[in-house]
Design a protein around this ligand. Structure first.
Ligand code: BDR
Ligand code: CA
Length: 310
């Protein structure tokens, strides 16, 4: 059984990622920790709780975390995911409530309670993880691995020409996390754009599965579909958070990667929030990340159909 903590700024593709993890038979989500990002914190918490209900499996504790980045103001992405982050569909009231305690403390407590056993998967800005590092600087030795949905391996951004949203929202936190000594895998936005797109006919086939979770997964991504049409010019919806979870729960999904030194631009006038991958090794620094370069597109869709259809 793979045991996960999932840190998320829950909006539409985060929710699909949560559904995959919660439905996967060999995966146990030990905790969900929520951070502000795509939407303000309270909305992200509601979205996480609703998604747990839609998964219809079990109810991991959902912890409330940081309401904004370590430095500067929060910038959200309602234009991408809708005003409620969930494609503007009306959401039912969640059956559960957030757990007592805050997210960074919960990450540290879980890691201390099961040293070397938990994998942390981050699907939002890295604020909660940076705060957890303040509480426990040796978090890297306590966690088995960390998978970060963030940055880009090809240096093409989605929020600026060179920055990906999660890193751009809190580059200071991201920089700390990349330098914290984690066994870290970076799944950049490029991976979703190239290998994890659900096009319209595939979305219709998913709906036709007839399960509530498959319909929900497609409905909440309506705003993202429009954004992809208008801005990122993707023929469907790209699924950065779901492909990240998919790589964690089915490691064979990852077909090409390299170990490299990665740094984060925290202040650049034009490139703030960019992840800089030293492919040529010109800095002569030890690698601090495994950078995903390619995943199995067909296998991803098979996993989505299996987990949302059954
Ligand atoms: C990331 O930003 C959000 O829009 C998605 O949920 C994903 O985590 C992609 O840049
Ligand atoms: Ca996200």
């Amino acid at each position: 059984m793979k045991r996960l903590i999932i840190d998320t700024d829950t909006a539409s593709d985060d929710a699909v990622a949560l559904l995959l993890a919660l439905r996967h038979p060999a995966t146990r989500v030990e905790a969900i920790t929520v951070v502000a990002g795509n939407v303000p914190l309270a909305q992200a918490v509601t979205n996480a709780l609703v998604t747990v209900d839609v998964a219809e499996t079990y109810q991991p504790p959902v912890y409330i975390g940081a309401s904004g980045p370590l430095a500067g103001d929060l910038r959200t992405a309602e234009s991408v995911h809708g005003a409620n982050g969930m494609g503007n569909i009306p959401l039912p009231d969640p059956s559960g409530k957030p757990a007592e305690g805050d997210a960074p403390e919960a990450i540290v407590a879980a890691a201390r309670a099961a040293p070397g056993e938990l994998t942390l998967v981050t699907l939002g800005p890295l604020t909660n993880v940076a705060l957890a590092l303040d509480l426990e600087p040796t978090l890297g030795t306590l966690l088995k691995e960390v998978y970060v949905m963030g940055g880009t391996s090809d240096h093409l951004g989605n929020i600026t020409p060179s920055a990906e949203f999660n890193i751009w929202v809190d580059p200071v936190a991201a920089r700390r996390v990349f330098h914290a000594g984690f066994r870290l895998t970076m799944v950049g936005w490029d991976i979703s754009r190239k290998y994890a797109v659900i096009d319209d006919p595939t979305a219709e086939r998913l709906r036709a599965l007839g399960t509530r979770r498959a319909r929900f997964a497609m409905d909440i991504n309506r705003s993202l579909r429009q954004f992809c049409r208008d801005y990122t010019h993707i023929d469907g919806i790209d699924m950065p958070d779901p492909i990240t979870v998919a790589v964690v729960i089915e490691p064979e999904m990852l077909t090409r990667s390299v170990e490299r030194y990665v740094d984060v631009e925290t202040e650049g006038e034009i490139t703030r929030g960019a992840t800089i991958v030293d492919y040529l090794g010109v800095l002569r620094r030890e690698p601090n990340a495994r950078v995903c370069l390619e995943t199995d597109a067909e296998r991803f869709l098979t996993l989505v159909f299996d987990l949302l259809g059954n």
